[in-house]
Write a protein that binds this ligand. Structure first.
Ligand SMILES: [Zn+2]
Ligand SMILES: [Zn+2]
Length: 378
């Protein structure tokens, strides 16, 4: 994708397409923007959150079996099993910061409390397809097989695609953040936003490709080139999560692939952490070769000594996903140094902190202790 920087201009013809690329005519967009009523950033955030609640069904082919009328308030990890197992007084902690905390903490927010009902909500399927598709992984018990692993991966990708798409919708709201500001600041805000939009569009294209691959296999039942590694712990770990990412370093800190912005030819991996029958299960899933970066990451997790696996998992989660929920008392009980280290990992891969092998590798810090009862792959 060719990235073409925007060129802010102070005045334009009223019916020319506005320089900010909103698609609106100048007259209805940046004309006299410095005189427009400033938008409160909390208002913008509230509108963005509302956008995330605006759901639709992600089923790839509802023609044979049409959607039901209601979009379900589904969760990326089961509310009854996964979230309930780590909740305390109906609450868990989320690592996703709010705008208010970003400001109050000078860009260094801490995990915050969120009600179980609002944690990991994902209005990405109609209730019929949600029930139909995920029934095998929504029961009280779970057998770790290629088919159940596939469903965890499918839900993770559907969620990631939904989140990216909502992010893109959100940028329309963010375009108004420069109302009431002088031209130089409008230019700065819109240039920054344009770069963000380019990034989201690349991510979106990536997600479409990736979900498309899983859609095909969902409909055909073909699982030949889908692979997984799953681990069952001997107890409930204080974390649940669901997400997908590009593996960059393995759990020994070795580089797996270099990410560039132009190509989408990168291995992806999904990671789901939830609980069945008082035992946490962890499922890695990916499509593609049996020797690529995704496989290497999953193998590196399997290779971690069993007594260190839970710690490796905690590092991996804080580094790679913000769709991560924590048991409050566990977080509070960690030494301040551990909390600080984990907090910093949540900024990994952002402009605040680049990724490194060092953060993935085991530095002997222990966040929790647990044993492993089952490791399966295929
Ligand atoms: Zn404009
Ligand atoms: Zn549907």
């Amino acid at each position: 994708m060719k990235l073409d920087p925007i060129r802010p201009v102070e005045t334009m013809g009223p019916y020319e397409s506005c320089w900010c690329r909103s698609g609106k005519k100048y007259k209805w967009c940046h004309f006299r923007r410095e005189q427009q009523k400033p938008v409160n950033i909390f208002e913008i955030e509230a509108r963005m959150i509302a956008e995330l609640r605006d759901g639709y069904c992600s089923h790839p082919d509802p023609s044979a079996d049409p959607c039901s009328a209601t979009i379900t308030k589904a969760h990326t990890v089961q509310k009854k099993g996964g979230l309930a197992a780590i909740a305390e007084a109906g609450h868990v902690l989320t690592v996703k910061p709010s705008m208010k905390e970003m400001i109050e903490t000078d860009g260094n927010p801490r995990p915050r409390k969120v009600g179980v009902n609002n944690a990991s909500v994902f209005p990405g399927f109609c209730s019929k397809h949600d029930t139909m598709l995920f029934k095998p992984i929504e029961g009280k018990t779970l057998s770790l097989t290629k088919d159940t692993a596939f469903l965890f991966s499918y839900r993770a990708i559907a969620y990631e695609r939904f989140a990216k798409e909502a992010q893109l919708r959100n940028t329309d709201i963010q375009r108004e953040a420069d109302c009431g500001h002088p031209f130089w600041k409008q230019a700065m805000i819109q240039t920054h936003l344009a770069a963000i939009i380019d990034g989201i569009k690349i991510g979106m294209r990536d997600m479409d490709l990736w979900k498309g691959q899983l859609d095909e296999r969902l409909l055909s039942g073909e699982r030949q080139d889908f692979h997984y590694v799953a681990v069952r712990f001997d107890q409930v770990l204080p974390v649940v999560s669901c997400g997908a990412f590009h593996p960059e370093f393995d759990l020994q800190g070795r580089p797996l692939q270099q990410l560039g912005r132009e190509s989408v030819d990168f291995d992806h991996i999904t990671l789901t952490v939830t609980t069945f029958e008082s035992q946490t299960i962890v499922v890695f899933g990916w499509i593609g070769t049996d020797n690529g970066p995704a496989k290497a990451l999953a193998d590196s997790f399997a290779a971690v000594e069993d007594t260190r696996k839970a710690d490796a998992l905690v590092r991996l989660l804080f580094i790679h996903t913000d769709n991560l929920f924590l048991r409050p008392s566990w977080w509070e009980s960690l030494p301040e140094a551990s909390r600080k280290a984990l907090n910093e990992m949540t900024r990994s891969g952002t402009t605040m902190r680049s990724r490194s092998g060092g953060e993935m590798a085991d530095d002997a810090t222990s966040f929790l202790a647990a044993g492993v009862v089952e490791v399966v792959s295929g």
